[in-house]
Design a protein around this ligand. Structure first.
Ligand code: NI
Length: 138
């Protein structure tokens, strides 16, 4: 971490109390660490709004017995090979599967793949976790 800078923040008392309560619930040991996380989250949001390279994870839950579903999801992954750098398939129970697909690339391409997968008929749940390469964060 490059040199630390201290600065003062003025807040309404009630707002600060609410924030401190939230930090306790979340397990933060101090306000600085919580504020760093807030700032990082905003910076990651900005990264996803740009054309820079980002990373993320697409999580899908589906019933592998559904006809054509597995084929369609596999075909999509083959259409976006440049974007996918790892994936994991977990058999949850007799019917349900979880697939976690790690992606790296342009935000709009990742969102396109995520939307197509989540929109595939038979997918019960889909989520895109927007992360960062970490290069521009401290
Ligand atoms: Ni499975």
């Amino acid at each position: 971490m490059s040199g630390l800078t201290r600065f003062g923040v003025s807040l309404e008392k009630g707002l600060l109390e609410k924030w401190d309560g939230l930090l306790r619930k979340k397990g933060y040991s101090n306000r600085s660490e919580a504020l760093r996380d807030l700032i990082r989250a905003e910076l990651v949001k900005k990264e996803w709004a740009s054309k820079n390279e980002v990373v993320g994870a697409i999580t899908l839950i589906y019933d592998h017995h559904k006809r054509e579903l597995v084929n369609m999801l596999t075909n999509l992954q083959h259409d976006f090979t440049g974007l996918i750098f790892a994936s994991q398939h977990i058999h949850i129970d007799h019917h349900n599967c979880m697939e976690i697909i790690a992606v790296k690339g342009a935000p709009h391409k990742i969102e396109e793949l995520s939307d197509k997968m989540r929109g595939t008929k038979g997918v019960k749940y889909g989520a895109l976790s927007m992360a960062t390469t970490g290069r521009d964060l401290e």
